[in-house]
Write a protein that binds this ligand. Structure first.
Ligand SMILES: Nc1nc2c(ncn2[C@@H]2O[C@H](COP(=O)(O)OP(=O)(O)O)[C@@H](O)[C@H]2O)c(=O)[nH]1
Ligand SMILES: [Mg+2]
Length: 399
């Protein structure tokens, strides 16, 4: 299963630029609203440490690619269109927007920290990016609240029947958010609420909706356009404000990433996505304007460690979603039937076991599961052993 990262944000914040940089597809980019009418889906990558070098091998990835010890593992990236005020009420492309959001496992909220776009995505100056952060959170919370309230109605309608459990009714109503009754119950109790919605105030409901949203729709903020002076000022201010400490905020210049990838594609320089540096191949091939631009990008990389595009993807996948990475391997050698070395790398949920991993590869492997072999240790492991990052596991089955 390929994980899906949704890029959200108001118009003109740099979603398409980020999307193009991360996928190197060519989607329209422009500084006017609603360029992206349909969400574009592309392939981006997250970096993991490849296991093959630990076995003195070079891998042959079936998907993604490998460079210098690093495996680039594919994830799906969706440029989600249609964030407008009132989307949760179906305004604008509201319903389409929400169904695209539903399909995303994790969100990257692209925020224009330069303050040069207003709430509608029109050019302005001095717009406070806090408004955009708050706006999206509120929009999502209102959407969740609406569905929570439907769940409460559903419960009230059935409450006189026997054996109707509140958490079951709410989880059923909110099933599109990939939640379940245990999670819903836990969140309700964590909020110090009784399992009786008659005792809940409007504030309680909103707060509950917010908690369910946070638990089921993890989010990273990409603080974009930090190549501007105002962007940096806003970044300093907001990341030092405890009101925003619940958020992961990644400093970002989608522009810089796009420029580096373009230049790399034209063989003007060598750049590997996410790196803290790049190597100019021949200065004579560059105009003075290009050189000046690259000097600025170099300074950006020195200040922030990277352009932030890869970083945002990886924080989303590994910190917010908490995924682990694991390679299917063979105890007698890492090649598949064609001699390809470690062709696959899987991203699996945080608490996955070796048996879960077997099912993830193929249901046949799960159903016929006998035991696993930890190929690093050359040792048999049972189905309930938890997957650790970088594991190389062979699945041994009855057939
Ligand atoms: N300074 C700066 N401008 C950016 C950056 N990313 C995007 N932009 C510009 O912001 C405008 C809107 O970008 P676009 O990707 O079309 O935004 P979208 O409407 O959110 O998809 C364009 O003029 C981009 O060149 C960035 O990192 N820094
Ligand atoms: Mg766009």
């Amino acid at each position: 299963m390929a994980y899906k990262i949704g890029l959200v944000g108001k118009p003109s914040v740099g979603k398409s630029t980020f999307f193009n940089a991360a996928t190197m597809n060519n989607v329209d980019e422009a500084a006017y609203p609603f360029t992206t009418i349909e969400p574009s889906v592309g392939e981006a990558y997250v970096r993991v440490q490849d296991a093959a070098p630990d076995f003195d091998e070079t891998p042959d990835p079936r998907v993604g690619f490998y460079h210098d010890g690093t495996r680039y593992v594919p994830v799906k990236l969706v440029d989600v269109a249609g964030l407008v005020p009132g989307a949760h009420e179906g305004k604008g492309l509201g319903n389409k927007f929400l169904s695209d959001l539903n399909e995303a496992d994790v969100l990257i909220h692209i925020v224009d920290f330069s303050g040069e776009t207003d709430a509608k995505g029109e050019p302005t100056e001095g717009h406070n990016p806090r408004e955009d952060i708050n706006f999206l959170e509120n929009e999502l919370d209102q959407w969740y609240l609406g569905i929570l309230e439907k769940g409460i109605e559903r419960f009230d309608g059935k409450a006189r029947q026997q054996d109707v459990k509140l958490e079951e009714e709410l989880a059923e109503q909110m099933s599109a958010f990939k939640t379940n009754k245990n999670q819903v119950k836990k969140i309700i109790l964590n909020e110090n609420l009784e399992l009786d919605p008659d005792t809940w105030s409007d504030m309680d409901k909103l707060s509950l909706a917010r908690s369910i949203r946070k638990a089921t729709k993890p989010m990273v903020i990409a603080a974009n356009k930090l190549d501007t002076e105002k962007g940096r000022e806003n970044f300093e201010e907001i990341t030092n404000d405890s009101e925003y400490s619940h958020l992961e905020i990644v400093p970002c210049s989608a522009h810089a990433e796009k420029a580096l990838k373009n230049a790399d594609e034209q063989d003007l320089l060598n750049y590997w996505p996410g790196d803290s540096d790049f190597e100019i191949l021949n200065e004579d091939n560059l105009s003075s304007e290009q050189l000046e631009g690259l000097t600025e990008i170099k300074e950006f990389l020195e200040d922030f460690g990277s352009t932030g595009v890869q970083e945002a993807l990886e924080v989303a996948v590994f910190e917010e979603l908490g995924l682990k990475y694991v390679f299917p391997g063979g105890a007698d050698g890492l090649g598949d039937e064609h001699g390809n070395i470690l062709p696959d790398c899987f991203l699996v949920p945080d608490d996955s076991t070796v048996l879960d991993f077997a099912f993830e590869i193929h249901s046949d492997l799960g159903e016929g599961f006998l035991h696993g072999i930890d190929c690093r240790e050359n040792r048999q492991v049972s189905g309930d052993r938890k997957i650790e990052n970088g594991d190389v596991i062979e699945i041994v089955t009855t057939n």
